[in-house]
Design a protein around this ligand. Structure first.
Ligand code: BEZ
Ligand code: FE
Length: 279
């Protein structure tokens, strides 16, 4: 093999430059990345104009990023990469609740509220009681489990997207289970909403004939001593976007019942048990 660059041996030439003392995992990842990147470039016979377009796209993706906005994660989400990494890195034993994307709208330190509290602070939307249990793989209730929950409001926005319009901590809270493992809180029946689509990722979706919507869901981050952290959602059954979620987050097992209530103050009830795998 020549030491000079040739089209026929492009990836091998690049990879052969790697030094002898590189971290083994870094060497494995970079060797494969260069191999697949070069194979992709050959496969589509990438033109200089297209390459320039890609550089411009990535530049704009970086430029729009800020403390509040992470366009690269959004890009990973709409390409299905976030869900693939989650699937590989969070394989769980049979019976444990499945995970899904974390998303960009979680905020650390939401108020710890008494069981049954209402997290909807703006008075909008149809009220919904969320309830169920946190269990281990043997079906035993987990005491001291923390459910950190967040959802959009009835207009389809998280509080952090509308700091001047929504009360702080609107539709967010943390609940700690007692010895029965039960949780219960009031929120609203979530609504479907578009992911931020006013940047390069939104432009890409539109060029690909894809919509930016996510089906309605409630986010849960469930933790318990001695157990693996669970990042997941429950989805509202019947939502029109369930089969075309812009970020591929839907799993059949996460579609929860949302029943209309006739007899109580909340208009809806959604019951769902979370099963955590051991640490
Ligand atoms: C979310 O559900 O909050 C979300 C997930 C991925 C991208 C954008 C939003
Ligand atoms: Fe969400």
């Amino acid at each position: 093999m020549t030491r000079y660059f040739t089209e026929a041996a492009s990836a091998e030439t690049v990879n052969s430059r790697m030094g002898p003392d590189v971290d083994p995992r870094l060497a494995e990842v970079m060797t494969s990345l260069v191999k697949h990147l070069h194979a992709f470039t050959e496969d589509v016979r990438l033109t200089t104009a297209e390459w320039n377009l890609a550089i411009d796209f990535l530049t704009r993706t970086g430029q729009i990023c800020s403390v509040e906005r992470q366009e690269f994660i959004l890009l990973s989400d709409v390409l299905g990469l976030s869900m693939l990494v989650d699937a590989i890195d969070h394989r769980r034993p049979t019976g444990a609740t499945e995970s899904t994307v974390f998303g960009p709208f979680h905020v650390d330190g939401a108020p710890v509220l008494p069981m049954g509290a209402d997290i909807c602070l703006d008075g909008k939307g149809e009220s919904c009681q969320f309830e169920g249990r946190v269990l281990d793989l043997q079906g035993r209730p987990l005491e001291g489990a923390c459910l950190d929950v967040w959802s959009d409001n009835a207009d389809g926005f998280y509080d952090v997207q509308q700091p001047d319009l929504q009360p702080t901590w609107n539709n967010r809270g943390r609940f700690i289970t007692g010895d029965d493992g039960r949780y219960r809180f009031r929120g609203i029946k979530p609504t479907s909403y578009p992911i931020p689509d006013d940047g390069p990722v939104g432009q890409m979706l539109s060029r690909l004939g894809r919509h930016p919507y996510r089906p309605a869901h409630m986010h849960f981050l469930v933790t318990a001593p001695g157990h693996r952290e669970l990042v997941t959602h429950t989805f509202v059954g019947g939502d029109v976007y369930l089969e075309s979620d812009a970020v591929f987050g839907v799993k059949e097992s996460l579609i929860a019942p949302f029943e209309r209530r006739e007899d109580a103050d909340a208009q809806w009830r959604s019951t769902y048990d979370f099963v955590l795998a051991p640490a």
